[in-house]
Design a protein around this ligand. Structure first.
Ligand SMILES: [Zn+2]
Length: 548
């Protein structure tokens, strides 16, 4: 009964909260998917290419002389004046092995970068002594870049590695405002338009100088930016588990996902059942999230698919016709109820765009808040993003995972999802915080969301406000307010106390940097929700939903 997408036993893996960002998206209807929306600063800051550290200057293109093994052949080739190739062929056709350090062509910015070979694919019957090395494919990870940019590269776009800086994933290349943590994640506080404070300023480097981040500084930077703990800071057991997770999930198993009118490149591995693994293309029904391997199966399915919206209760409906935009709705789905298979399918789909996420099949302890856009002509609702939330959180987590599907990014939906998580916390009369670690892109969104809300509260306030006052008004936990104020450089330490120090002019200046053209605000009058009550589980899990 593979057609029913049967549930599998829970898979495990380490944690994470998710990323609104952009990715190559093709609109199959011919519309303009990724460029139509106004470029939100959040999203552009989260652009993998723009937030990634500057490419290592040590990788220079191979000198022309080294291109052709035979100088006469080179001269002959030059005489015919062929167009300059975009990619310089390697000087010698080396055959590389798993674990080799190489210099590889990166399609995302058309440059060569240091990379590690994670996997090798040889054509069937390949003879290493006579076969053409260019026919071998290598799965590479680029130094200092997020895993979602890992790619298969053919042998003619790979070179033996030049000498490279030790620990280049940790070194910071100065210039501009991009920072990077020990895991190669782009720094959030430095990319969201906020003036960094002294410590962050040091980390961003300057004038092209390359600096090594000390462990202490790095930890401080990670704390300020809510970055997850770097692998080397984990206990031996955690390191082992992290390594196993990496081994298991290092190669993306799905190439492209077709969902509704969009097709989009998958970013990460997702544990779909065996028969769906290693699909170049996976077809997903945008209404019930059932997944299929063949287009004709999808067409047959769509002819009889009765789902017009996610299962569960609609808790919010926001018409946006006046703005020329589709109505958006939120649906609350209990992972233990009738919507269980839908939630499992949603988690599998989401995993394609989230690096660390443990939750795929054991969805019962969670509620899912799924956001949809409504098609005006058919009245059907397509999923655009979601967040999950533990029914019972020991640590006041108000969000476990969050994702805006790539075709719908840059529309203000990431911040809208975050806002909804706090709207629910506020109605529960609780303070909330997202589960850690945040993904690199999740950090950027949260940092920007917190900062904007805090600045608005400060702007409205007539008298002095304490961190506690802001917490009461926003439902943000105090630690998130303190770290945001620090990144805005609005917190001073005076006589043993933290003092918020901001003039109306400074607040206004900061607020300008957070103003988004396409922002959507929650209208509390449109909420139809009362907090559901669940009895605490017999053994509440510590450490949140996504920990091992
Ligand atoms: Zn369907």
């Amino acid at each position: 009964m593979s057609s029913e997408n049967p549930a599998r036993p829970p898979a495990d893996a380490p944690a994470s909260t998710a990323p609104p960002a952009d990715a190559p998206v093709r609109d199959r209807s011919g519309g303009d998917a990724s460029t139509s929306a106004t470029a939100a600063t959040i999203a552009s800051a989260a652009d993998p290419a723009s937030t990634a550290p500057a490419p290592d200057a040590a990788i220079a293109p191979a000198p022309d002389a080294a291109i052709a093994p035979d100088a006469a052949a080179a001269a002959a080739a030059a005489a015919n004046a062929p167009p300059t190739p975009t990619v310089t062929p390697p000087p010698t056709q080396t055959i590389f092995a798993k674990g080799d350090k190489v210099s590889a062509f990166a399609a995302f910015d058309s440059t060569r970068k240091h990379a590690d070979v994670l996997e090798v694919r040889r054509p069937a019957g390949f003879d290493p002594t006579t076969g053409d090395p260019a026919k071998i494919s290598y799965y590479v990870r680029y130094d200092g870049f997020d895993k979602r940019l890992d790619a298969w590269v053919s042998g003619d776009k790979l070179w033996p590695a030049a000498t490279r800086t030790k620990g280049s994933g940790v070194d910071l290349v100065g210039g501009g405002s991009s920072g990077v943590d020990g895991k190669g994640n782009a720094g959030a506080g430095l990319t969201d338009g906020v003036t960094p404070d002294g410590a962050e300023g040091d980390l961003s480097g300057a004038g092209g100088a390359t600096r090594k981040m000390t462990r202490t500084l790095k930890r401080r930077y990670n704390e300020i930016n809510n970055v997850g703990v770097a692998t080397e800071d984990l206990t031996a057991l955690d390191q082992k588990l992290e390594h196993e997770h990496d081994e298991r999930t290092k190669v993306k198993n799905i190439g492209i996902v077709e969902c509704g009118k969009y097709e989009v490149d998958a970013w990460y591995f997702s544990p779909y059942p065996e028969e769906y693994q290693h699909c170049d293309r996976l077809y997903v029904c945008e209404h019930c999230l059932k997944y299929m391997r063949k287009e004709r199966t999808l067409l047959k399915h769509k002819a009889r698919c009765a789902a017009s919206h996610p299962p569960g209760k609609r808790i919010y409906e926001h018409p946006r016709k006046a703005e020329g935009k589709p109505t958006v709705s939120f649906w609350e789905i209990d992972g233990a109820g009738d919507g269980k298979v839908y939630c499992q399918n949603l988690c599998l789909l989401a995993k394609l765009f989230l690096d660390h996420k443990t939750l795929y099949y054991d969805v019962s302890p969670f509620l899912f808040y799924v956001m949809t856009e409504e098609d005006e002509t058919t009245g059907k609702h397509s999923v655009v993003g979601y967040f999950s939330k533990e029914k019972w959180s020991v640590e006041d987590y108000n969000l476990a995972c969050i994702l805006t599907l790539p075709p719908y990014q840059r529309r203000g939906y990431g911040s809208f999802l975050i806002a909804m998580s706090y709207e629910l916390s506020s109605r529960e009369e609780k303070l909330g915080t997202p589960e850690r670690p945040l993904s690199d892109l999740g950090q950027v969104s949260y940092r920007s969301f917190w900062s904007k809300r805090i600045l608005e509260v400060l702007q409205r306030a007539k008298g002095n406000l304490s961190v506690k006052d802001i917490s009461a008004e926003t439902s943000f936990k105090e630690m998130d307010i303190v770290s945001s104020l620090q990144s805005l450089n609005l917190l001073k330490y005076w006589k043993g106390q933290h003092i918020i120090s901001a003039t109306p002019k400074i607040i206004e200046e900061h607020l300008k940097t957070f103003t988004r053209k396409n922002a959507i605000e929650i209208n509390p009058d449109l909420m139809r929700w009362t907090p559901p009550v669940f009895a605490p589980p017999p053994n509440p899990r510590k450490g949140g939903a996504n920990r091992q």
